[in-house]
Design a binder for this molecule. Structure first.
Ligand SMILES: [Zn+2]
Length: 366
């Protein structure tokens, strides 16, 4: 890797063409197209640039099969410079996730599962003995650099007979640690009308566009009052597409009702990457472009919005002096079929494709 190089003729999502000069890992200049100076110039005419994509919900702990994957397979190789593991690990295994983070190129943060066993089993909140306050606090203190929130999966198959109790405990841990919650929603019980009121400003609802029985919209596609109230309070909505949690019908209802996009995340792991319906961040972004959101809105949902939620604004902007974390991508006119978690299909006219990243100053092509 050259110490100084120029990304020539890259386009911002606004369409403005620029050069970006990278030196010693940092953004050294953002200039008019054609005027960036450096011995090593790479022409990216026709290619878009944004700050590096951030995926707020992934599973990056390969040992937990099937809900795991290698960090860089779901990170830089898919155009994503920063991933946030969504509670694959609880206190028992967080040390191992942090170790593998050190070997990877992709930046990684994590939600700590309030269950010490994490996704070692998929009913991790069915036994309250697996929820241990001391362990949570210890892990949070030890891995401050990595842990950005607490994860609680509040759906029937995870909590079994425990109902809302794990969420009440999560709420208490959240105030003890001053960390927000990411709450996975899904099948009842507990009912969504009981779950959502327990969430506060800064907490994240992941899977908000799921099409299961217990979802956030009524039979006519109108948002439930609990959702409207949650948005008012400042609860953050995250897509978390996954195997079972993204429905075109629900997403179309959200769009019709002007529910704004906060963050688009994939809930990706090996199986839904290789076999779909997730495949990649670019595939998920293409779905939102097809839904009628503008390219600016779609890209903001994986850059500025995610960076602001993380309280790391430098990850969501292109600014001289910052470490260079950028994503290069194209938007092609290329009719293609997209599939949601319900098996519903839509034919999209355009396709977003990741071309490469600059991650902490290093260029990696996809
Ligand atoms: Zn997940």
């Amino acid at each position: 890797m050259k110490k100084r190089f120029v990304l020539r003729n890259v386009k911002r999502v606004s369409g403005e063409a620029i050069d970006i000069v990278i030196e010693e890992g940092s953004i050294a200049g953002v200039t008019n197209a054609g005027s960036g100076q450096g011995e090593h110039v790479i022409d990216y005419s026709g290619v878009y640039v944004s700050s590096g994509w951030i995926d707020l919900h992934v599973h990056a702990f390969p040992e937990f099969d099937p809900y795991g994957d290698e960090i860089d397979e779901i990170g830089v190789k898919l155009g994503v410079t920063t991933i946030v593991d969504a509670g694959s690990c609880g206190a028992d295994r967080m040390a191992d996730l942090v170790t593998s983070k050190e070997r990877a190129k992709t930046n990684l943060f994590a939600f700590l599962n309030i269950s010490r066993i994490g996704l070692q089993r998929v009913d991790e909140l069915s036994n309250l003995d697996w929820i241990n306050k001391e362990k949570v606090i210890q892990a949070v203190n030890e891995y401050k650099e990595t842990i950005v929130g607490l994860k609680a999966r509040i759906s029937k198959s995870v909590v079994c007979d425990n109902g809302l109790e794990p969420l009440r405990i999560a709420r208490e841990f959240s105030s003890e640690t001053s960390l927000p919650l990411m709450v996975h929603i899904g099948s009842a019980p507990p009912s969504i009308e009981e779950v959502v009121p327990l969430l506060e400003k800064g907490d994240v609802i992941t899977h908000y566009l799921n099409g299961k029985e217990n979802n956030l919209f009524d039979d006519e596609g109108k948002p439930l009052q609990v959702l409207i109230d949650a948005i008012e309070r400042g609860v953050h909505l995250d897509v978390g597409h996954g195997n079972a949690s993204f429905s075109f019908k629900v997403a179309e209802a959200a769009k019709r009702n002007h529910i704004g996009l906060n963050t688009i995340s994939t809930d990706i792991y090996r199986k839904n990457r290789l076999n779909g319906p997730v495949y990649s961040m670019a595939n998920v972004l293409s779905k939102f472009l097809h839904l009628g959101y503008s390219l600016e809105e779609v890209i903001a949902a994986v850059t500025t919005h995610a960076a602001n939620w993380l309280d790391k604004p430098e990850l969501g902007r292109i600014k001289v002096g910052d470490m260079a974390n950028l994503t290069l991508f194209t938007v092609q006119d290329d009719p293609n079929t997209l599939i949601d978690s319900e098996g519903d299909k839509r034919v999209a006219e355009r396709r977003i494709e990741a071309k490469g990243v600059i991650v902490n100053g290093e260029l990696i092509e996809c």
